[in-house]
Design a protein around this ligand. Sequence first.
Ligand code: TXA
Ligand code: MG
Length: 316
Amino acid sequence: MSQIGTDIQVAKAFLEAGNVVGIPTETVYGLAGNALNPDAVLTIFRVKNRPSFDPLIVHTDSLDKLSQFVSEIPEAAQKLAATFWPGPLTLLLPRQDIIPDLVTSGLPRVAVRIPHHPLTLALLRSLDFPLAAPSANPFGYISPTTAQHVADQLGNQVPYILDGGAAGVGLESTIVGFEANQPTVFRLGGLAIEQMEQVIGPVEVRTHSTSNPKAPGMLSSHYAPRKPLILLQPGESPQLGERVGALAFREPFGGILSENQRILSPTGDLTEAAKNLFAYLRALDSAPVDVIYAEPLPNQGLGWAMNDRLRRASVQ
Ligand code: TXA
Ligand code: MG
């Protein structure tokens, strides 16, 4: 089983030896390894059971270090980085040769991010290499937002999990690319589009793709619980039954056992809802229910990304 702890030196020692370590970030927990060491990167793919065509995000702690990994930072990317890093934003930028092909699945761009978590930033500062880190869940399953979630699923394959508490944002980072200088969102996430648009003007959103996806976060079935999940239409109610689970936004549904329901935010706060979303989906996945009904969120702010995750979770 993994050891769970808060000792950066222990995490550093495992990473320097080429091992993988669970790390906290503000979005979700990552499964981290030395991004410049192809063996460590292979271990990440193996532990996650992840197909090699699905590239990894490279995490670092400063723009200074970033300049060793990317060859160019377009102006819009610079503005986003200056405003939102450290934070729940990933930029797709032309890569330098130092980044192994395995990390980008051979693509010409590398995904990079400065995460906002004190433990992980301190760890990154202490290392002389960046960390490749996908979400620390088996491929296709719900992302982990606590150290215990990581241990529950990958515990026997990850020697150490750095425990930074529950993730503050709770949704994976928003991924933005800059082809032909047009900022394009490839994955909705923890940074709301409205916030980005205040800084760089209108962005294109291209998150639907069933074949040859630019980012497998775009795959239609992803982020899914094992139980069937049915995404309700606005105003629609679940079918009633004893073995029915429900994920509601503000208020419980009548006629469903309260222990089989989770309320994302009684005050209707989308930030609070995002923080709870994945933990509640996991809880319902292990509750004594045969089906999970989920209420759609308002289409604003983080509601867009949550509806995106629920839609993908509902595709079997
Ligand atoms: O919030 C997050 O982004 C978390 C934390 C740990 O940083 N990481 C995360 O990683 O969600 P992952 O691997 O679960 O999702 C990363 C997504 C994948 O859909 C991948 O295909 C896309 O980023 N991606 C990575 N590198 C890419 C590249 N070079 N070009 C296009 N898409 C890329
Ligand atoms: Mg993932």
